[in-house]
Design a binder for this molecule. Structure first.
Ligand code: MG
Length: 332
């Protein structure tokens, strides 16, 4: 039988996290998972009740009752990868292709030109900007960035618009500026026809609207060109199959979760990069900066957009994980 222990933590956002999430502390738990073969692996459990997940305590309650939620299922899948690497005493980042990440901006009204120059100098070439809350300020901000800075831009509306407000937003940018928008993620709730219309302004990326797509009957070119895959939230093999079948580019992102989740997402991205090369675009795993620093985030060594080192075996953090006060879940 698989044995689970957990350690609850909080992450403290530096600013509002996007169109659906505010700046309040967020609850998550690290899971220590032990298999009957004695291998031990770690994974993150970081629910987004805003997206319909059970809150953390309910997730843990279900686990105690022997019921596996979709998030826990992914944690087990990732935890097993970690356990296998740990058993071989291999670090997840060694002998894996380097993964370049975009820089995430959750609230552009808080970002100065000086910040942007630093981000550019650090080596980031792509900004992902969460938009959809203060459209007037955002559109002007994005326009200025497109005009004055050498960044490629990704916009994420978290489905907060409707077609006409989206059309209005995008019509502020002329054709030249629009070319610098690599893609727009989830402009509004998925609707094949409306998305198809919307794709005239910029290529679209599918993230949270993933489950609304009728994958089984989808034929020809879908109205989106990019698929965002979050290993902490999605069956990666299934999503990969869809991406390959419809020639979609792939962006692997963290779930804006704990550094343990970040490390897992980067390892998954590196594994896919080995097999699919340029089909894997710049990823979105550099998300720890959206929160106040903690001892895990400071243990991740980044060189600009690349995570280069986390000491330890598997996804790392051995010294930190070892001393956490784990609570064993006694299965019924
Ligand atoms: Mg998104």
């Amino acid at each position: 039988m698989i044995q689970f222990s957990y350690f609850k933590y909080k992450l403290y956002p530096q600013a509002a996290l996007g169109a659906i999430a505010n700046d309040q502390p967020r609850d998550g738990a690290l899971l220590q998972i032990q298999w009957p073969d004695k291998k031990i692996g770690y994974a993150d459990l970081f629910p987004w009740p805003e997206l319909g997940d059970y809150p953390l305590d309910r997730q843990l309650f279900e686990l105690q009752e022997g019921r596996i939620t979709p998030l826990v299922e992914q944690a087990i899948w990732l935890g097993r990868k970690d356990a296998n690497l740990r058993a071989k005493k291999v670090n997840a980042l060694t002998e894996a292709p380097r993964i370049k990440n975009h820089f995430l901006i959750t609230d552009c009204t808080k970002v100065t030109d000086e910040n942007l120059s630093e981000i550019r100098t650090a080596g980031f070439s792509t900004l992902k900007i969460k938009v959809g809350r203060q459209l007037h300020e955002e559109v002007r901000w994005v326009q200025r960035i497109l005009e004055q800075f050498q960044f490629q831009i990704r916009l994420d509306f978290n489905s907060s618009m409707d077609f006409s407000s989206y059309e209005r937003f995008m019509s502020f940018f002329n054709a030249i500026l629009r070319q610098k928008i690599e893609f727009v993620e989830d402009p509004f709730p998925y609707d094949a026809e409306a998305w198809s219309e919307a794709s005239q302004f910029a290529p679209l990326a599918l993230d949270q609207e993933y489950d609304k797509v009728q994958w089984d009957t989808l034929t020809g070119r879908p109205p989106f060109q990019v698929l965002v895959i979050k290993p902490a939230r999605q069956d990666v093999d299934k999503a990969l199959k869809h991406a390959l079948a419809h020639e979609l580019k792939i962006v692997i992102t963290s779930s804006m979760d704990h550094p343990v989740g970040v490390a897992h997402a980067i390892r998954v991205a590196a594994d896919l990069k080995k097999d699919y090369g340029t089909q894997i675009l710049e990823c979105g795993c550099y998300s720890h900066r959206a929160y106040r620093a903690n001892e895990f985030s400071t243990a991740m060594i980044f060189q600009g957009p690349y995570l280069t080192q986390i000491a330890g075996t598997g996804i790392g953090f051995d010294d930190l994980l070892k001393v956490l006060p784990w609570t064993l879940i006694k299965a019924k």
